[in-house]
Ligand binder design. Structure first.
Ligand SMILES: Cc1cc2nc3c(=O)[nH]c(=O)nc-3n(C[C@H](O)[C@H](O)[C@H](O)COP(=O)(O)OP(=O)(O)OC[C@H]3O[C@@H](n4cnc5c(N)ncnc54)[C@H](O)[C@@H]3O)c2cc1C
Length: 467
């Protein structure tokens, strides 16, 4: 710790990805910065537990390669993203259905039917060069994936349904974010019926996908946030950071000047020019940037809003053999059990399991059932179509306040400057995602730099209007 008399320009409270993103912007503009983190490790909710050679994330599995902040945040150039197989697998009525795959409907007959359907459909803008299932875009590296045989599956609906869905995804991918944000705002569940898609596509694909992306089983989230989530999905690929969720905060920390981040230091009070810590007394500074979760922020600065939260539980199993041949994300459309989505994570990222072992990670949205240890394996047996009684439970990570809820009206850019010298960031100021947390850190750092009369580093791109 800096000595109590030591003066730093800015103290950041919290070494989650929001605080670390802010620290990069400040240090690269020449501002002396210290990040104080209460936990013994960095990353906050992006933590990874190591058990018997398995790397088990606390957070759900859904980042997308199109998150702009994964490209814009300094320090993440070495991040390796492991993509899921293109499209999704959906389990419904005892079968696996392949959905939103780029090749869907491209057989000669399928193409003809699709062309006819599109000729009679409203005009669709040309899809961008990146579309659902296309390879992730540089500059970050994606690791090569071994090719694996595909499991036997049926498409969801007929060729016409698939063509309509493909067109809808291409349209949302091509729609500028500012136009998405100008649309009327409803709860996402209500917004679904206005999309002009058949009920089987909505119930069999859009509802389970959006529930998974938003960690919101009832889709009470703002339809604008749902549109942003679909936009990101349609422009990129779902992916995992190689090695675990903690790869992101660890890369960010390693790229900061040595000694910037101090773990095991709990901040007990803040003002615009001083922080008090439980362990090391007071630090004076020219500015304080609060980068904790929403509840801790409101404890330090009473009056800040505490949103409602969505609980999320992640269950990790070691299976004797892979229950699925491919690195696909498997969604449950029927809601006949607690699991919302699941994947053979060791297919997507082999570094997360010891050689020859299989890691299956599954996500339960909402309040988990009391008999989770029995109902989850039972549901997984149904979803994968294979017995799970020999699966070994590795860990259950339940986070009651996992992601801030975003009901309408949702302000996607809550103010980050409270007064000169006092700033707040975190996923509760933007969207409740890794993208939102990183972006809020950037906004807060820029506000602090403006008050200090300092330009952001020349290498820093200007903030997009919205992302
Ligand atoms: C189970 C789960 C599943 C998720 N799934 C996804 C997903 O699929 N996709 C996605 O994009 N996002 C997902 N998220 C959300 C994502 O993880 C968060 O939005 C993001 O990590 C928030 O980062 P943050 O920096 O804002 O906050 P945090 O990660 O909460 O960081 C805040 C930090 O502040 C520290 N702190 C708090 N109080 C103090 C104090 N008094 N003194 C010092 N330090 C303090 C904390 O220890 C913590 O390290 C999920 C989250 C969870 C929990």
């Amino acid at each position: 710790m800096p000595e109590p008399a030591h003066h730093v320009d800015v103290v950041i409270v919290g070494a989650g990805v929001a605080g670390l993103s802010a620290a990069h912007r400040l240090t690269s503009a020449g501002v002396t910065t210290v990040v104080l983190e209460a936990a013994p490790y960095v990353g906050g909710r992006m933590s990874t537990e190591k058990v018997d050679g398995f790397r088990l994330d606390r957070i759900g599995q859904l980042l997308t390669t199109s998150y702009p902040e994964l490209r814009h945040t300094p320090g993440l150039d070495a991040l390796v993203l492991r993509p899921f197989a293109p499209g999704l697998l959906v389990h419904s009525a005892g079968r696996h259905h392949r959905v939103a795959e780029p090749s869907a409907g491209r057989s000669a007959r399928g193409a003809l039917t699709a062309a006819r359907a599109l000729a009679s459909a409203p005009r669709v803008p040309r899809p961008p060069r990146t579309g659902p299932g296309s390879p992730p875009r540089p500059p970050f590296r994606t690791a090569p994936r071994p090719s694996r045989p595909l499991s036997r599956t049926a498409p969801l609906g007929g060729a016409l349904d698939q063509a309509r869905l493909g067109a809808a995804l291409a349209r949302i991918a091509a729609t500028p974010v500012r136009r998405l944000l100008a649309r009327p705002e409803l709860p996402a569940a209500q917004g679904l019926s206005a999309r002009g898609l058949p009920a089987r596509t909505i119930e069999g694909f859009l509802r389970p996908l959006l529930s998974a992306l938003l960690c919101d089983p009832d889709l009470t989230t703002s339809s604008r946030c749902a549109d942003l989530a679909l936009h990101a999905f349609a422009r990129g690929r779902l992916c995992l950071p190689e090695g675990g969720a903690d790869a992101l905060p660890e890369l960010l920390t390693a790229a900061l000047p040595p000694g910037t981040v101090r773990t095991g230091v709990r901040v007990t009070s803040v003002s615009a020019n001083r922080v008090t810590t439980a362990e090391h007394g007071e630090l004076s500074c020219a500015g304080v940037l609060l980068a904790t979760d929403a509840r801790a922020a409101a404890e330090l600065l009473p009056g800040l809003r505490v949103p409602p939260f969505h609980p999320v539980t992640v269950v990790h199993h070691a299976a004797p053999e892979p229950p699925l041949a491919e690195p696909a994300l498997l969604l449950d459309a029927d809601r006949r059990g607690p699991v919302a989505h699941t994947a053979v994570v060791s297919h997507v990222d082999p570094t997360r399991a010891p050689a020859g072992r299989t890691l299956v990670s599954s996500t339960v949205l909402g309040t988990p059932p009391d008999d989770l240890d029995r109902s989850v394996p039972r549901h997984l047996a149904e979803l994968y179509g294979t017995p799970t009684d020999r699966w070994e439970l590795l860990a259950v990570h339940h986070t009651r306040e996992a992601v801030p809820a975003m009901p309408p009206p949702h302000d996607l850019r809550r103010p980050v400057r409270l007064l000169a010298g006092l700033y707040v960031c975190g996923d509760h100021r933007d969207t409740s995602t890794v993208q939102g947390a990183l972006h809020s850190g950037r906004r807060a750092a820029h506000a602090a730099l403006a008050d200090l009369g300092i330009q952001p580093a020349a290498t820093e791109e200007s903030l997009p209007a919205a992302a």
